[in-house]
Design a binder for this molecule. Structure first.
Ligand code: IDP
Ligand code: MG
Length: 155
């Protein structure tokens, strides 16, 4: 099982799409293990996007991500990182496939509704950054687990 970080960006919160977005992940069978709404401090967002610090869009990106509340979601499941990236769709929402979150709900490159970790290292770092307090992440087993996965997949 893998864990990954999703952020519902300020455009998703402002447009009232948090429930629809969370629903996609829950319907897929991914387990919700953390949920937090905050206006995250500049330093947290700067650190989160530090890999893009030398890009021309970096300051606009940080400005956008601190322009309003963000909802951070921690998800767990088989191959959760790739799974979430697939459900999100391509970075440029105008090009994202129908059926994906960006493909169904957006048209913008920058205001593209969601962030998802892109690998095991980034997911570990990002989860530690956004869910840093004791008790932020919950270990639990949904009763439906045995129906989401086969016995073999769970062993
Ligand atoms: P990702 O969110 O699909 O992983 P990244 O390349 O990691 O895409 O870029 C991080 C975020 O920065 C994007 O989601 C988008 O909001 C923004 N971004 C990336 N490239 C551009 C660009 O060329 N113009 C404007 N914003 C961009
Ligand atoms: Mg990225």
């Amino acid at each position: 099982m893998e864990r990954t970080l999703v952020l519902c960006k300020p455009d998703a919160v402002q447009r009232g799409l948090v429930g629809s977005i969370l629903n996609r992940f829950e319907q897929k069978g991914l387990k919700l293990v953390g949920l937090k709404m905050r206006k995250f401090p500049d330093e947290v967002i700067q650190q989160h996007y530090s890999v893009h610090a030398d890009k021309p869009f970096y300051s606009a990106l940080v400005g956008f991500m601190t322009s309003g509340p963000v909802v951070a979601i921690a998800l767990e499941g088989k191959d959760a990182i790739n799974c979430v990236r697939g459900l999100m769709g391509k970075t440029n929402s105008a090009e994202a496939a129908p059926g994906t979150i960006r493909g169904d709900f957006g048209l913008s490159f920058s205001n593209n509704l969601v962030h998802g970790s892109d690998g095991p290292e980034s997911s570990a770092t990002e989860l530690a950054l956004f869910f840093s307090e004791e008790g932020d992440l919950i270990d639990w087993t949904p009763d439906v687990t045995a129906w989401v996965y086969s016995e073999e997949e769970l062993s």
